[in-house]
Design a protein around this ligand. Structure first.
Ligand code: SF4
Ligand code: SF4
Length: 103
């Protein structure tokens, strides 16, 4: 089992998640993050840290292409270990997701 980053992470990069991950299993491109399923220990520490509800357990989205996408992208992209500055517009995007009930 593992945790999965969803599309809610796109254009955010608040990265509060990476600061609490004990095994540094977050990887990222310029837009969003992905979790390496081979390293994630399912501790759940990252879920309450994400302000846009972009991290879920794989058992809650069984069959979703997001599971394979996270594994594929994590294998290709660099590890993100430290908190970074949010992307431009991240605050507005978070507020929109909340107002639309997607968080
Ligand atoms: S805190 Fe959530 S939205 Fe922000 S980078 Fe981490 S997973 Fe993505
Ligand atoms: S569940 Fe734990 S190990 Fe897995 S990504 Fe989140 S903080 Fe890291």
């Amino acid at each position: 089992m593992t945790h999965i980053v969803t599309e809610n992470c796109s254009s955010c990069r608040f990265t509060d998640c990476v600061s609490v991950c004990p095994v540094n299993c977050f990887h990222g491109d310029a837009d969003r993050l992905y979790i390496d399923p081979d390293l994630c220990i399912d501790c759940g520490a990252c879920i309450p840290k994400c302000p846009v509800g972009a991290i879920v357990e794989d058992i809650d989205i069984l069959g979703s292409p997001l599971i394979e996408l996270n594994a594929e992208q994590a294998a290709l992209l660099p590890v993100i270990k430290a908190k970074q500055s949010p992307l431009p517009g991240a605050d507005a995007r978070r507020d929109t997701l909340i107002s639309e009930g997607l968080v």
